[in-house]
Design a protein around this ligand. Structure first.
Ligand SMILES: Cc1cc2nc3c(=O)[nH]c(=O)nc-3n(C[C@H](O)[C@H](O)[C@H](O)COP(=O)(O)OP(=O)(O)OC[C@H]3O[C@@H](n4cnc5c(N)ncnc54)[C@H](O)[C@@H]3O)c2cc1C
Length: 632
């Protein structure tokens, strides 16, 4: 899109330009069902839209996408970065799922947000954009016995293919006393013509420079190139944010350029109820889908002559497989679904990053995102945004830190964490979940990482203005997420009604290691705040309150406040079948023909990252695998 003409306000121009530049052609369900598709894709998130867009580059290949949600490409709740968060839990945009009551988190049902629209979760997420650590991604190859080339070097071309890094904005960081400290993106290898636009922030909260210097004082270095495969350190993350227009760059808008292709049909508000099969060389071959339109009971069938690709995300993909008869026969029978393919890994191996905050009140003179709580300032900033797509509403909290255990904790604490890890693993399971062969293979890798202190075990996000406290004070939240927890959970169906919500159980804090780690981090937040330059900008700690000091009380606070990173992965893991995998290293579902999974559920093990860039890269790689199979 060109820059907006000066005569129009940005807001008006953007809606008009987008309407001209990007509209999804109308398709009705009868027309869709009658089309002879080569490939059918379930779900229009980063995984589904990437693969659909690449496959439809060949005009001789017909691709159909079914998406349960609607289209919100010019809805401010989605496009305006400063409104990020408003869509969460709203069924207009979100599946609005929650976990089952979490026994180790004071029986709370914890929201498990998942985007439901063209663009999927990329349209409601926090926009952080980055690659994983190389050593971690290389473990995916290890789990798959070296098959398939999923390590960092093999995936780098795919990361580059998906992104356009808007490097022209990199040095523009107003309000920083020491720009060098934070202008930490110096990557040599930037994508230049990928679908997703990514940029650095243009506003830095005034608590950030003292925070970064505090981290440096504690030995956590500023990482100048976190895209390189080494993610440790404190850094200013890229955001999936089109800085030319100040809007979120989500999959729905990113793939606009493909929507006019006559061989690509996308039907929204269409919920896929099950996969249908024909008898083939492998037993069952995926042959098509049954779907219904939102709010209607009538069902439609549509066929795919080559393949069905499931990209419903890490909650709905395993649910769809189970509703289609693929999974653990006992679970399927209990839900009233006839088992067709015995694949117990479906829905198992669920891994999620649990996050816990410490909240500090800051000096009232600091300019932080909290200024937006003042109605006049909000109105002024909205006017700036509407006029030129800049200002505080075009910005988000960008500062995060990733570290290994010994970078933060003493040798004693690290050794104690190691022995807790060992006893958790030896116990054979957590809560109602027994560790599988795949989990044990993951733990062997995780233990080596912990012992050698080479891989990130936790993330700490610095956030301003996100506090629930709506008064006029300034606040800073240090939000720690466990990147390599030991807890494992599951997602399964419990009824034969495909429209019902699946059971989601991440088992937060079920492993002692996770509980010990989070308690240590709550202590670390406090020490960092009291014994560094941060002390000069902090008025007091708000949560956990100062009287919460014992391990037991700190843990209880963590149980009360833990939230989901919304990074659920692993529920249709890419791993050998005998380990408990669901798809092979070419993303083909074990034991079924013509059926692949292309989304974040295929992660064989959780990584220390914000996952979206990797999911787009998985979509790119899947497209190459599918094209190669067609040509073979
Ligand atoms: C609140 C939140 C914050 C996040 N923050 C970040 C972040 O800052 N950075 C980052 O890197 N990642 C973040 N993530 C994670 C990231 O957005 C996801 O990992 C990524 O979007 C996963 O892509 P996907 O294609 O696997 O699934 P999704 O993006 O979830 O897409 C799946 C799509 O399939 C559709 N679908 C599902 N079932 C059906 C069905 N039966 N029929 C038809 N359609 C169906 C859904 O409606 C959805 O549109 C966040 C996620 C959330 C929810």
């Amino acid at each position: 899109m060109p820059r907006f003409p000066a005569a129009l306000t940005f807001g008006v121009w953007f809606s008009v330009a987008l309407g001209q530049y990007c509209s999804l052609p109308d398709v009705n369900p009868e027309e869709f069902a009658a089309t002879n598709f080569d490939y059918l894709v379930v779900g229009a998130g980063p995984g589904g839209l990437t693969v659909a867009s690449r496959l439809s580059e060949d005009p001789n290949v017909a691709v159909g996408v079914l998406e349960a949600g609607g289209v919100h490409m010019i809805d401010e709740v989605i496009t305006v970065p400063g409104f990020s968060g408003q869509a969460l839990g709203d069924p207009k945009y979100d599946w609005a799922y929650s976990s089952v009551p979490q026994r180790f988190a004071n029986n709370r049902s914890i929201p498990s947000f998942r985007g439901r629209m063209l663009g999927g979760s990329s349209a409601i997420n926090g926009m952080a954009w980055g690659r994983p650590g190389a050593r971690e991604l290389d473990a995916w190859d290890q789990i798959n016995n070296g098959a398939g080339s999923w390590g960092f070097d093999a995936m780098l071309p795919y990361f580059l293919k998906t992104e356009t890094i808007q490097t022209e904005y990199i040095s523009f960081l107003p309000g920083l006393d020491n720009p060098e400290l934070l202008a930490s993106f110096h990557g040599q290898e930037n994508g230049t013509d990928g679908a997703v636009k990514a940029s650095l922030n243009t506003f830095i909260d005034e608590a950030v420079p003292p925070y970064v210097r505090a981290m440096n004082e504690f030995g956590v270095r500023t990482n100048q190139d976190p895209q390189s495969g080494n993610t440790t350190g404190v850094w200013n993350t890229l955001m999936a944010l089109d800085r030319d227009h100040g809007v979120r760059s989500e999959a729905g808008m990113a793939y606009c350029f493909a929507y006019g292709r006559p061989n690509l049909k996308i039907l929204t508000s269409a919920f896929v109820r099950k996969i249908v099969f024909s008898h083939g060389a492998k037993g069952y071959d995926a042959a098509g889908l049954v779907f219904s339109m939102n709010g209607s009971d009538s069902q439609f069938s549509v066929n795919a002559t080559r393949e069905v690709i499931v990209s419903g995300g890490s909650v709905n993909t395993p649910a769809l497989l189970e509703h289609s008869g693929i999974g653990d026969p006992e679970i399927l029978r209990a839900a009233g679904v006839e088992p067709l393919v015995d694949l117990p890994g479906v829905g198992a191996n669920l891994q999620e990053h649990p996050y816990v905050p410490s909240v500090f009140q800051l000096l009232p003179s600091l300019v932080t995102f909290d200024v937006l709580k003042n109605e006049t300032t909000m109105a002024e900033q909205k006017a700036i945004y509407d006029n030129n797509g800049t200002g505080l509403l075009a910005a988000t909290n960008p500062t995060l830190a990733f570290f290994t255990s010994r970078q933060i904790f003493s040798e004693n604490v690290t050794q104690s964490l190691l022995s807790t890890f060992d006893s958790d693993v030896q116990s054979g399971g957590v809560a109602d979940t027994r560790f599988t062969a795949l989990n044990k293979a993951q733990f062997a890798i995780q233990r080596r990482w912990l012992e050698e202190d080479v891989v990130v075990s936790a993330e700490m996000l610095h956030r301003g203005g996100d506090s629930e406290l709506k008064d006029n004070n300034r606040y800073m939240e240090l939000l720690t997420g466990l990147m390599q927890p030991v807890s494992r959970g599951y997602v399964h169906i419990n009824s034969s009604d495909p429209t019902g919500p699946p059971i989601i159980n991440p088992n937060y804090f079920a492993a002692s290691y996770d509980r010990q780690m989070v308690t240590e981090f709550l202590r670390f937040h406090r020490v960092l705040a009291a014994e560094s330059e941060l002390e000069g900008v902090i008025v007091k700690q708000i949560a956990p309150t100062v009287n919460i000091t014992s391990d037991e009380d700190l843990l209880n606070y963590a149980r009360d406040t833990v939230s989901a990173g919304a990074h659920i992965t692993g529920s249709a893991a890419m791993a050998p079948k005998e380990l408990g995998g669901v798809v092979d290293s070419k993303l083909r579902v074990h034991g079924v023909g013509r059926l692949r999974v292309v989304d974040c559920s295929i992660f064989p093990m959780q990584l220390a990252l914000h996952p979206q860039a990797l999911v787009y890269a998985i979509g790119e790689k899947a497209a190459d695998l599918i094209k190669a199979a067609r040509e073979a």
